[in-house]
Every structure is written in structure tokens, then in C-alpha cells.
Design a protein around this ligand. Structure first.
Ligand SMILES: Cc1cc2nc3c(=O)[nH]c(=O)nc-3n(C[C@H](O)[C@H](O)[C@H](O)COP(=O)(O)OP(=O)(O)OC[C@H]3O[C@@H](n4cnc5c(N)ncnc54)[C@H](O)[C@@H]3O)c2cc1C
Length: 265
């Protein structure tokens, strides 16, 4: 398999930008585009490149932590509560250099609890005002197949979809394998660019009460990976940990599995 960069930066860069657009791209995803001159120096590595998003509370000014090497959290906690930005992890869904900087797309999952939109970032995404400030801290990519990986086995829920979409788009054209993409509704399943040898299966839940990740986990449990496959399993915590367990049971070495719980149901 082609080599992919392992790019958790040793000195992550902090950026500020403002919202320039927001649009609903499917029933579950709200795409927020941020832009600004500082994005001229952002180096997009494609794949599942992710970052820590900082949103100021209410109308407070954006107060960002000081970053020193990979340390930022202590400084973040020292920001007074009324000014401390909300922080969550998100993926670069798209990036373009522009004449005066750059534009970065964030595909935010909208999730509802008893009819109410849940989560600070989902609420921000649907109400995002043009010109409102955000910050983000580059965290690099997680997708890290060993050089000898014979195939990929990928599974995600909707929160992992922006990253998995990027991985499928950027995989070497000769890659083979399987991608299991669970989404809330069939209308969230859109065309993905992927190598011809990777079979892509959409798994729409179509049930507002179903626990996210269970469909993808059940499908993953039916897969028999080659011993030299590389697996990437991200999304709801039960999918990530259950997926790792199932793949280990199927004979895949833990060193060939990247798994990450993106949120907890
Ligand atoms: C590396 C990485 C990349 C990520 N990329 C993306 C991305 O591109 N797009 C994206 O939408 N998410 C992404 N996530 C997941 C996202 O960080 C979480 O969903 C996060 O909890 C949302 O932040 P919040 O502050 O709005 O909600 P929180 O304040 O953390 O959570 C509020 C409540 O909502 C619940 N909740 C959170 N997410 C969901 C969900 N999806 N469905 C149902 N209930 C939920 C929580 O359990 C909690 O009860 C990523 C996570 C990681 C680790």
C-alpha cells in the first residue's frame, strides 16, 4: 500500500477565521464554511485531517488558549469560565486556498434529543452568523496504515463520515477493501469518491431511536479481514471498542487497527 503521512504535528498551529456560509447538505449534515487570511498558512493533508474547534460563548470575544508544543489544555482551563470557548473535535471536510487566505468546510452532524437539537456545535452550525469568529487547532491525521497493508477495512457512523469520505477520496487508486458507512437516513448517503477496489456499503438506520453505530458494528462482525489488512473504525464509542474487539477476534493484530470513540451515546 502507498505510504500515508502520520501527521499529528509536534507543534500544532492555531488559526482564527470567521463564518462565511452555512448550508444544509443533507437531513443530518450542516456544512459551515469558515475563512480568513490566516488560513493561507494552513497545510491541508486530506484524509481524515482533524482539528479542535473553539467557539466563543454567546457574544463574548474569541479568547484562545496559548499553545506551546502540543500543550494547550492547561492554558485553556485557565481562561475564565465566562470567556472560555467551547471546544470540540471536527474534521476538515474540504479546504481551498483563496486569493486572500483559505476556506475550510466543516460538516456538522445535527442530532436531536426529544425533538430538541442537541450539542453546542450543532446549535452553532444551524444558527451560524456570517462574520462570527472561530478558532481551531490543527491536529493532523489519524489514518495510518502500515506499508504492507493488503486491504483496508473501514467502518464509521455519521460523525466519522467526513473523515472517512476524505480517506476514501485520497486512498491510492489500487487500494482494495471494504467501507461500511452508517448514517441516520438514506437521504444522508451521497456519492463518495473511492478506489474501484473498495466496496462501499451505506447503512441507513432509518430509525430515530436506534443506537448509532450498531448497524456498522454488526456488518463489521461479519467481515473476515485478511491477516495483513489495516482497519479504521471511528464513531460512537460502542462501535469503536466493539469494532476493535471483533477485528481482534477475527485475527487482526491490534497494531493494524486504528479505532477512536468520537462521542458516547
Ligand atoms: C477526531 C474527531 C473528528 C470528528 N469529526 C466530526 C465531524 O467532522 N463532524 C461531526 O459532526 N462530528 C465530529 N466528531 C464528533 C464530535 O466531536 C462529537 O459529536 C462532539 O460530541 C460534538 O460536540 P458538541 O460540543 O456539539 O457536543 P457535546 O457537548 O460534546 O455533547 C452534547 C450531547 O450530545 C451528544 N452527542 C454528541 N454527538 C452526538 C451525535 N453525533 N449524535 C447524537 N448525540 C450526540 C453527547 O453524547 C452529549 O450528550 C469528531 C470527533 C473526533 C474525535
Amino acid at each position: 500500500m502507498a505510504r500515508y503521512p502520520r501527521l499529528m504535528p509536534t507543534a500544532p498551529q492555531l488559526f482564527t477565521a470567521t463564518v462565511v456560509r452555512a448550508e444544509r447538505v443533507s437531513p443530518t449534515f450542516q456544512r459551515v464554511t469558515i475563512a480568513g487570511p490566516e488560513l493561507a498558512r494552513f497545510e491541508w493533508h486530506g484524509l481524515d485531517h482533524w482539528f479542535r474547534l473553539f467557539l466563543p460563548p454567546g457574544n463574548a470575544p474569541l479568547h484562545l488558549p496559548k499553545v506551546s508544543g502540543r500543550s494547550w489544555y492547561r492554558s485553556y482551563l485557565l481562561i475564565p469560565g465566562s470567556e472560555r470557548p467551547h471546544c470540540s473535535n471536527y474534521t476538515v471536510a474540504g479546504f481551498r486556498h483563496t486569493g486572500d487566505g483559505g476556506e475550510l468546510d466543516i460538516d456538522v452532524v445535527l442530532h436531536w434529543h426529544e425533538g430538541e437539537l442537541g450539542g453546542t456545535v450543532a446549535a452553532w452550525a444551524v444558527n451560524a452568523e456570517v462574520g462570527s469568529p472561530v478558532g481551531f487547532l490543527d491536529q493532523g491525521v489519524m489514518f495510518d496504515p502500515p506499508e504492507d497493508a493488503a486491504e483496508v477495512v473501514i467502518a464509521c457512523d455519521e460523525t466519522g463520515l467526513p473523515g472517512v469520505r476524505g480517506i476514501l477520496r485520497d486512498l491510492d487508486a489500487s487500494t482494495t477493501g471494504t467501507a461500511l458507512l452508517e448514517v441516520p437516513t438514506a437521504a444522508d448517503a451521497a456519492e463518495v469518491a473511492a478506489p474501484a477496489g473498495v466496496s462501499v456499503t451505506w447503512l441507513p438506520r432509518n430509525d430515530a431511536h436506534a443506537v448509532p453505530g450498531r448497524l456498522a458494528l454488526a456488518a463489521l462482525e461479519r467481515i473476515a479481514p485478511q491477516p495483513d489488512a489495516y482497519a479504521f473504525v471511528v464513531g460512537e464509542s460502542g462501535l469503536a471498542t466493539g469494532g476493535r474487539r471483533a477485528l481482534k477476534k477475527a485475527g487482526l493484530s491490534p497494531s493494524r487497527i486504528t479505532f477512536s470513540g468520537f462521542w458516547k451515546a
